[in-house]
Design a protein around this ligand. Sequence first.
Ligand code: GLA
Length: 695
Amino acid sequence: MPITIYQDRIFALHTNHTSYVMKKEENGLLSQVYWGKRIDAVQDFDESSLRGENSYHMAADQAMEEYAPFGGMRYKESALKLEFADGTKDFRYQLAGYQRMENGLELILKDEFYPCQVKLIYRLYEEEDIIRRHAVVENLGKEDILLEKCASAQFGLAGCDFKSLQFNGAWAKEFYKKQDSLQGGKKVYESLRGSTAHVANPCFVLHRDADEWNNDVYFGLLAYSGNFKVSLEATPYDWTNVVIGINDTDFSWVLKPGEAFETPAVYAGYSAEGFSAMSHRLHQLQRRYLMPKTLSDKPLKVLYNSWYATYFDVRCEQQKKLAEKAAQAGVELFVVDDGWFLGREDDTRALGDWTPDPEKFPNGLNELIDHVKGLGMEFGLWIEPEMVNENSRLFREHPDWIYRFENRPVLKGRNQYVLDLTKEEVVSWMLETLDRLLSDHDIHYLKWDMNRAISETGAFGQNSVEHKMVWHTHMTNFYRVVRELRARHPEVEIEACASGGGRADLGAMEYFDEYWTSDNTDPLDRLFIQENYSLLYPAKYMRAWVTDSPDERKVSLPFALHVSMCGSLGIGCNLNALEEEKLALIQEQIGVYKQIRNIVQFGELYRLTSLEREEIQTVEYLLKNQGVIFAFLPQGRFGKDRFRVKLKGLEAAGTYRVTDRGKILEKSGVYLMEYGLEVNLRGDYDSCLIRFQLL
Ligand code: GLA
């Protein structure tokens, strides 16, 4: 039974290996009492968990509340802050009822006096050991309610001995992992940029000295691509208070009579077996339930992207030549990045004018598309629809379509402004423009970019409260455009990009088929970015291109190819200038990738060794009875050329055939997992791809 309810007071949500237990306390508050390994005997929790209170430490402040409102005598970080029309600023609730749902539960918190209720909605993914949570606030009265904070979820974890992992990166340094100890006070990770951004990911990962294979990890990922806030607070009462949701800075929402506000969802889980189990559960959840169905069970094609080869200097003939080389190499999807549209010679102009440049494409874009299709590939384009340059037709026609404050000059980022997506006419323009682009051309793929943070969110004609609704309205309208575009063109594949990996989150996953992971394609940096990325998100969504080696780092091409083959492979080299033998090598490795990509894109990923601790990085992908291992030695030392690596997830009693660069071994699963496999690498930037198969 996934849900057990004891005497209408104790509510337990069970997944295959975990239990999450909540309780209605004697004073009517709803608190969380347990989250951890599965406990079926829920009646055992029938004892008071309220602590004695005194004037400075009130019961409500001490309780591990399931969804604590601001107000009353509570001083911990809250999940909800609202204001009623008469100025009352607290929500004094009682657990008023519950409802079982298919695979889920709904709990209703009702104010004792005011006509307002909050529904806490839970859905269980039993096999993945994950719980989805979100909240809905409903105005049941006749007057407006002002919401000033409305988080998706709050979690109480017993103890104040957690370490927290976050990804505090930057552009070209995405998923840069940092660890903090949470022993006292509060730690906040957030984005205020109107996008997920590179500086933090909308998630929490709390652990007790966990490693890949051992110890407690609690995690939660927010399905939202806008301003978010994750607050982790070591309370004075020996429990850790986690609140995750839409950022309350510069946020408010007017809830009119009869209206409801629905938060984005959080997908949360507990693993007693370290980070590896966390990743497997998250990856499986994403593959089975969150990815758009059109491509969720199909492997992504090998793509070519023109950005690093031709930047803004796109011309039809030169792209045709690139396409010919790409087809020769085995590429399946040819993508023209920035620079293809009306007058786009550099990044100071043309954003907003989404029609092919007649100077660059004198016979229209279809000439190139036909050529690409004739070569047996699909065609794709880069777009950045939420933005406009001052120097564009769109801006000249609609200077009032951008966010700005009326009495200040507007700031530019990468020479561009952000379109005011709270305006219905802007939403319609965006949808119709993209619809036309896709209807007029045989386009299989779009790379949807967002290259500046949002600022100055003044929208014309709105009052000061409505200004604070802009951030979230922007997000919901952005999602609406993508959703509608996909409905009109269900066959089109769309990649989420925001100056690299600034839009890698579960909110974007619902609408996009893959993420551009980072503009940083340096293979060594990529090893770190990719490993950390894999903690949360699956290899399939990790687009990874091989580009020309930068002058400052001479990485061998096979090494670079192997790094990119760890995700969804792409090529970004200037093929028009590439030596024939390098093109032949790319062609050969694309051939290999096509044989193994199902294993990489759909298999279980194991981080066997890491450059954080070991001399080599080794990653295993296992799909049923077949697997691949990539191993990387960036810098060999003291002539060491033998590394023993223990495999994971194999059938202990089975026999595996292992193929390593022409060498074939047959070994038992238990031998490969307990004694290990010898990996031979030597010198600088050496790498290998090893395959294995259960006999
Ligand atoms: C961003 C993207 C790049 C490229 C450029 C084009 O920086 O991350 O991959 O598309 O925009 O201007």
